[in-house]
Ligand binder design. Structure first.
Ligand code: VGL
Ligand code: ZN
Length: 211
């Protein structure tokens, strides 16, 4: 194996039905990450997943703001908020993980987006950086020093998770062929990669681990 995976976590961000083709907030080619992530899972002892897990009254849903449409930018309790279609509602099929994603080795699942007042893109903190999911402490307590980020979506939850991971002091890699962007604007995925790179996230291809 080309890379040392000691004290490392494979972090699988939001590989849920609503972000996959046919879902409510489908990411183009989102399903292509699943076989890559499953292959990566064989190389890691320590794997954690995040799950976008909204109540039906969540403030990020356009349907909960009269006269507003999907894609519009609003102020949600003092923060800019893009309005999304209803997605990943607790207890629905859309909130479940892709059925081919193998969860057998997962140490924990961290849920986010449960507070209707604030959105939560990062797996570590909400968008106001007020509430903590516990993921950072969990990884630190387990002796994890390096985080390999995968999943959906590259320009939202993956990006903010990777940026927080760097801020918390973890050596952070993004596995670029194990993520896909929503691309509300076509350049968003590329911009997200640049932003992560500037912040110190190392971009690698899964072959760096699988070969
Ligand atoms: C996500 C938009 C809204 C994501 C979650 O997982 O990237 N994007 N909620
Ligand atoms: Zn969401």
């Amino acid at each position: 194996m080309a890379m040392n995976l000691k004290n490392s976590v494979l972090l699988i961000v939001d590989v849920q039905n609503d972000f996959l083709p046919g879902g409510k907030l489908a990411v183009n080619s989102g399903g292509e990450v699943v076989p890559v992530i499953n292959a990566l899972q064989e190389q890691f002892d320590f794997i954690v997943a995040t799950q976008d897990f909204h109540p039906a009254n969540h403030g990020s849903f356009a349907a909960n703001h009269m006269g507003k449409s999907e894609g519009e930018l609003i102020d949600l309790n003092g923060l800019p908020q893009i309005l999304w279609p209803v997605h990943c509602v607790q207890g629905t099929e859309g909130a479940e993980f892709h059925e081919e994603l193998n969860p057998i080795k997962w140490k924990a699942i961290f849920q986010k987006g449960k507070n209707p007042e604030v959105d939560s893109y990062s797996g570590f903190f909400d968008n106001a950086q007020r509430e903590d999911t516990g993921l950072g402490d969990f990884l630190q307590n387990e002796g994890i020093m390096t985080v390999f980020v995968t999943g959906l979506a590259q320009d939202y939850c993956v990006k903010f998770t990777a940026l927080d991971s760097v801020s918390l002091g973890f050596k952070t890699y993004l596995i670029t062929d194990a993520t896909r962007a929503v691309n509300l604007s076509p350049e968003d995925g590329g911009k997200a990669l640049d932003e992560m790179k500037k912040a110190g996230v190392k971009l690698i291809d899964s072959t760096a681990i699988l070969d």
